[in-house]
Write a new protein. Structure first.
Length: 382
């Protein structure tokens, strides 16, 4: 979207992460489900119809004024083994206008730690998904119809990728490469059962965490090899100070998180941390990750100004217009907060991307999102 000057947004993003001089602070408001709200389609349509989702995102971008960093264009059928979590979806268990919701329950049982230690992380994910969906419905498509559908999806991805490249909008990362095993176990054991595992059998949990890493690193490296985008994500919330102590973080999270991130850096990638919940107490640990190779996304729960004070020019920051401000505030309040972020973190410290905290909520006020986008276009030239 940005054309002023000779620098591309890809160049700006690489330089931003490295605290090198740029001509602009980038903006990327993390527009996802909000695009359906803005374009007037249901969340069911946004999830089930990729063509409608693409059109909704395109309309939101054009009519709100555009931004520099956009969503990655990904195939709906791609990706490594994901969460084995039950969901309730719009148009099924929920009304068409609702967003997807996760139902947390015990999918993983204590015996699965030994299975993972013996067989690896990918094998566990396969087992958990089969446990959650023991009798998946058979495909209604013939082999020829399935091939045609795959070809249409490939054409869609190619078309959308070329469109956004022509506009100069850069993708932040090629996908979410890893979530710390501590978070994975908490999600699949459940937030009530997993803390008891940590207390009753800490050595078993640590062994399973360690055994997860070869597959996790291999999956992420494969993602890097097949993408032109040399930035990869890692996300966490249940490893945050909201949930655990410093001692637990040091024992169960930090060693293997460092292993993963340094492996990605050694493979030539920059790393995007997506950190929900409150990480303020844990901020000093982030100085152990590669300097000027990482971008830390914060969601409003962490004090982003404290993050700049602690991390200085070691790690770039991304955020952090809070969800309550976008849903309940006024356009003037949103614009003023964006200006504070830009002035205090961007123009004074550098290494900053203006964005929403996490994603822009689907129920954000349109005028508030417009104010955030306007700030990103009006206030960010250096």
């Amino acid at each position: 979207m940005t054309t002023k000057g000779a620098m591309t947004n890809e160049e700006r993003l690489r330089k931003t992460i490295r605290f090198e001089k740029t001509d602009k602070i980038l903006s990327g408001p993390s527009i996802m489900q909000f695009a359906a709200t803005y374009a007037g389609i249901t969340q069911k349509e946004f999830i089930d119809d990729p063509e409608k989702a693409d059109a909704a995102y395109d309309r939101t971008f054009v009519e709100l004024g555009g931004w520099d960093i956009g969503r990655p264009v990904m195939s709906r059928s791609s990706g490594p083994p994901g969460f084995a979590m039950s969901t309730v979806r719009p148009g099924r268990e929920l009304v068409d206008s609702s967003v997807v919701q996760f139902v947390e329950h015990e999918v993983m049982v204590p015996e699965d730690y030994d299975f993972l230690i013996d067989n690896g992380y990918n094998a566990l994910m396969k087992k958990l998904n089969e446990r959650l969906n023991p009798n998946p419905p058979p495909s209604t498509l013939s082999p020829e119809e399935r091939k045609q559908a795959e070809e249409r999806e490939a054409q869609r991805v190619k078309r959308e990728t070329e469109k956004w490249q022509a506009r100069g909008v850069v993708s932040l990362m090629n996908g979410m490469g890893s979530i710390p095993p501590f978070d994975i176990f908490s999600i699949h054991r459940s937030v009530s059962k997993f803390p008891m595992d940590v207390r009753r059998m800490p050595d078993k949990v640590k062994a399973a965490i360690k055994a997860s890493m070869p597959d996790m690193i291999a999956n992420a490296k494969k993602s890097l090899e097949t993408s032109s985008i040399k930035r990869i994500g890692t996300a966490s919330s249940r490893s945050s100070a909201t949930f655990i102590s410093n001692k637990q973080f040091e024992e169960f999270v930090l060693p293997t998180w460092l292993e993963f991130v340094w492996a990605m850096a050694d493979a030539g990638a920059d790393i995007v941390f997506h950190c929900d919940c409150d990480w303020t107490r844990f901020l000093p640990y982030f100085k152990e990750f590669p300097a000027k190779r990482c971008l830390l996304q914060l969601d409003g729960a962490t004090d982003i100004f404290k993050a700049r004070e602690v991390l200085k020019d070691h790690m770039a920051l991304h955020g952090d217009v809070p969800a309550p401000l976008l849903t309940l505030g006024t356009p003037n309040e949103v614009y003023a907060y964006c200006k504070k972020l830009i002035d205090v973190i961007g123009k004074e410290g550098g290494g900053f991307v203006l964005s929403s905290g996490c994603s822009t909520p689907d129920n954000s006020k349109i005028e508030n999102v417009r104010a955030m986008v306007r700030a990103g276009n009006e206030l960010t030239w250096l």
